[in-house]
Design a protein around this ligand. Structure first.
Ligand code: MG
Length: 312
């Protein structure tokens, strides 16, 4: 039998947290291996079967930019998009939205930058121009009855600019909510943030009218801070936490093997504190161990590393 955490409720925690799984999109996008579409479909289905309520499936980005996800249409065709509460796809622009609508997607995510440097490099736009690009995408998506999540990257540090002022991140986040995003996912894209920054940013957003109930957090474990930052965010009222099964996805802007916070490590902490997630941890660990074998890599997740060899 797989070991499970001893349960001891921790003060100040929400009763329930939504684990927003990004492994199939953010994870596989940042792995060098190209995974066959049948394997991706099995991955998504196994994550849903393990009880994850939100699984970001893929990205309708141009295949030239992300060849790992060039099979977005085929993958969506192979899936039941009603299998989980939320099965969003990333769309970079209006063309991506058209592709998503043609496939009957019910939720999209857009990907904005909190810094000028990353907006220029990733979107080839200024920060102001990025809102102009996203405005028609969000408007059309809302008209079509879709839900829109807004990612904001480089919220806690930028590889070219260094420190990122809190006020600048608050203003960018506020503008994404103003566009019509119902959820704002704050990304620590290079994994450098610490708990004081998390508290300060969440307080700044709340002052600007963006409460914790509209916020999700997306931490990377590059500097070992992801779980501490997630715990801090939950103490501030955040109840949606992004994570990738097995810790899939290296860090795209740092020479490091560790990228996304591993879903198993987060779920271990949550279940230990008595916070409900709906996730079947042994089934999730088996899925991540299987996926790691598919891409020929050791899983970054500590929990998977500790327990996968004991699975029978
Ligand atoms: Mg990520």
């Amino acid at each position: 039998m797989t070991r499970l955490p001893q349960v001891e409720p921790a003060p100040g925690m929400p009763a329930k947290v939504t684990v927003y799984e990004v492994g199939p999109r953010d994870g596989l996008q940042n792995e060098s291996a190209i995974v066959p579409v049948e394997v991706k479909a099995q991955f998504v289905n196994r994550l849903v079967a393990a009880g994850l309520p939100a699984v970001e499936v893929t990205s309708f980005v141009h295949p030239r930019w992300v060849p790992q996800l060039a099979d977005a249409e085929q993958l969506v065709d192979a899936l039941d998009l009603d299998a989980a509460d939320r099965m969003p796809v990333l769309v970079p622009n209006e063309r991506g939205l058209e592709r998503a609508l043609a496939k009957g997607v019910r939720e999209i995510a857009i990907f904005a930058s909190a810094t000028e440097s990353f907006a220029a490099r990733n979107l080839n736009r200024s920060m102001d121009e990025q809102y102009a690009m996203f405005e028609p995408v969000v408007r059309r998506a809302l008209q079509e009855g879709l839900r829109v999540r807004g990612y904001l990257s480089m919220c806690f540090g930028d590889p070219w600019e260094g420190d990122v002022p809190v006020g600048q991140v608050v203003e960018a986040g506020r503008r994404l909510i103003e566009l019509g995003c119902s959820e704002l996912s704050l990304g620590d894209t290079i994994g450098v943030g610490t708990p004081g920054q998390v508290e300060r940013l969440l307080a700044g957003l709340a002052e600007a009218g963006v409460g914790a109930e509209q916020v999700a957090v997306h931490f990377h474990d590059t500097y070992g801070q992801a779980l501490a930052n997630a715990l801090t965010a939950m103490r501030c009222g955040v109840t949606v936490i992004d994570a990738a099964a097995g810790g899939l996805g290296g860090c795209p802007y740092a020479e490091s093997a560790t990228g996304n916070l591993a879903t198993e490590d987060l779920v271990w902490q949550l279940h230990g504190m008595g916070v409900a997630t709906g996730v079947d941890l042994p089934a999730l660990i088996e899925t991540s161990a299987w996926m790691a074998a598919q891409i020929g890599k050791q899983p970054a997740s500590r929990v998977v590393t500790a327990l996968a060899p004991n699975l029978t």
